[in-house]
Design a protein around this ligand. Structure first.
Ligand code: SF4
Length: 252
């Protein structure tokens, strides 16, 4: 065995140094562009399956998408669409929502998870739109995240899907699938966003993240990913994909 260190004290010092700074080295490595080119192999396969990926929420303008996205946190999109179909027929503007009292709006969105806090957020959001933004949905991340109920993910959905700006949307599906594919190496959404930005061409940011969301919903699910029938199987770096493929083969 090649002797790398002169004595035990040197090797212990080197090990300590690595352990103490592993987070730093990891951060540096995770922010480096993908040198293996795996994103180049993944993109065509994913876009072949989802040539024109779209957000599942129904909307006809940025304001409706803002309300629908606030409602969609931890709630299935199909349920949100059922509720908004009726809701947007009755209330169309920030003024109309801002004039509602909480109990009235709670009754309209009763089927949505966390309907009480979401009703409060929507009314607060609409009041702020009227007060600060001439009742219009703002176009920048900095402004959007000041609105109640609107975090970075919601802001990116609005920017990408309502205003056509290039964004990486990181929801729970993108977080999971990007890590399994080794395109990302973190559970922190903003870090995953940065990692993907370095590997995916800017004009594909929005469509790539929307395709990852669809793939995560339909195939690469949290509990039982269908690795055996996955179009990304050959390029996926998830260590459990073989085990999982046999499991899904056996249950098929
Ligand atoms: S092979 Fe399995 S883990 Fe990898 S992307 Fe496909 S479904 Fe997900």
């Amino acid at each position: 065995m090649v002797k790398l260190w002169h004595n035990e004290r040197d090797s212990a010092f080197a090990l300590n140094l690595c352990l103490r700074h592993r987070r730093f080295f990891y951060d540096i490595i995770s922010l480096m562009p993908d040198t293996t080119g795996s994103s180049k192999k993944i993109m065509p396969l994913l876009f072949k399956k989802y040539p024109d990926p779209k957000i599942a929420l129904h909307f006809s303008n940025p304001f409706e998408l803002l309300i629908a996205t606030i409602l969609s946190a931890q709630c299935p999109d199909t349920r949100v669409n059922n509720v908004t179909e009726k809701l947007f027929r009755q209330y169309r503007t920030a003024e109309q929502f801002a004039a509602l009292d909480s109990e009235k709006l709670e009754g309209e969105i009763f089927n949505i998870n966390y309907y009480r806090s979401k009703a409060k957020a929507i009314i607060g959001c609409c009041k702020q739109l009227i007060r600060d933004y001439h009742s219009q949905v703002p176009h920048t991340m900095e402004e959007l995240v000041t609105l109640p109920g609107t975090g970075r993910k919601t802001a990116n959905v609005i920017l990408g899907c309502a205003f056509g700006k290039p964004v990486i949307i990181v929801d729970t599906h993108v977080l999971r699938v990007a890590n399994r594919l080794a395109l990302a190496h973190s559970n922190i959404p903003v870090k995953v966003e940065q990692e993907l930005m370095l590997q995916i061409p800017k004009d594909k940011w929005t469509s790539f993240s929307l395709a990852l969301i669809l793939h995560g919903r339909e195939t690469c699910t949290a509990r039982q990913p269908a690795c055996g029938s996955c179009v990304l199987y050959s390029v996926c770096k998830w260590p459990e994909k073989d085990l999982n493929r046999h499991k899904t083969d056996a249950t098929a």
